[in-house]
Design a protein around this ligand. Structure first.
Ligand code: MN
Length: 245
């Protein structure tokens, strides 16, 4: 089976359209979406409309959940912007997304299989970010016997081996290539280029993973974010770094 995996679109319609056009030539058997669909200062509603129309197998990310499970007054500025632009049809769609899904021998999750707020392949401590040590990864996958695990949330494209021949793949983010976060410790995630990311995975006895980096109109997306008052997003969209580069 040939799977196209997308995740962390974050309401970046231009990046999503470019990724879908790029993968059309590669004729995947299935397209899966690992969550954080609409939250961002660009085109949340239009992104939701396109995803609802295409009907990909989609799981819920933490931002998809947080748009529904808290009052607007308790949201961060990005989710607040997003909530103001969504319609009831988007909320109904988001509310129906499962936290995880299994297709054949493949597990889909946003963060870890049990927690959409914890990175699966990266571990953040007081010293910084490192690849999750094998013992910790295996512990997080103790209830996940699938041979292929697809995750998102960290926006970093990566393929990491777990025990028992299992492979964990994060396709990287479609729509946001850098951000700063404070939990569990202050850290920066930076991909280092503005390209929209996704992955194609051929399953089988010898799985093959292709990581894609696709050009799209990131200059206009960045300009829109700046006009909306989100300089952090403007930098991230234009360069793939947290600050100006
Ligand atoms: Mn997330």
């Amino acid at each position: 089976m040939r799977i196209a995996a997308i995740t962390d679109i974050h309401g970046n319609l231009r990046a999503l359209q470019a990724v879908l056009a790029d993968m059309a030539d590669r004729s995947p058997d299935i397209i899966v979406n690992l969550g954080d669909c609409v939250s961002g200062p660009l085109e949340p509603a239009e992104t939701g409309d396109l995803l609802m129309e295409r009907g990909f197998l989609t799981i819920r990310g933490n931002h998809d959940r947080q748009l529904l499970d808290r009052p607007v007054s308790e949201m961060g500025p990005i989710d607040r912007f997003t909530a103001a632009h969504l319609s009831e049809r988007h909320r109904t769609w988001l509310a129906g997304l499962p936290p995880t899904a299994v297709v054949d021998d493949i597990l889909l999750c946003h963060g870890t299989p049990s927690d959409d707020l914890t990175y699966l392949l990266e571990t953040v401590d007081a010293h910084g970010i490192r690849i999750t040590p094998r013992a910790r990864l295996d512990a997080q996958l103790a209830s996940s016997p699938q041979s292929l695990i697809l995750c998102g949330h960290s926006h970093n494209p990566r393929a990491v081996a777990a025990s028992n021949g299992r492979l964990v793949v994060n396709p990287g983010s479609v729509g946001l290539q850098a951000y700063h976060d404070t939990v569990p410790y202050p850290h920066m995630m930076e991909v280092g280029s503005p390209h929209a990311r996704y992955a194609i995975i051929d399953t089988g006895p010898r799985p093959r993973v292709e990581f894609m980096a696709v050009e799209y109109g990131w200059a206009s997306a960045s300009a829109d974010a700046r006009r909306a008052g989100h300089a952090d997003w403007a930098h991230a969209l234009a360069g793939g770094f947290v600050g100006p580069h």
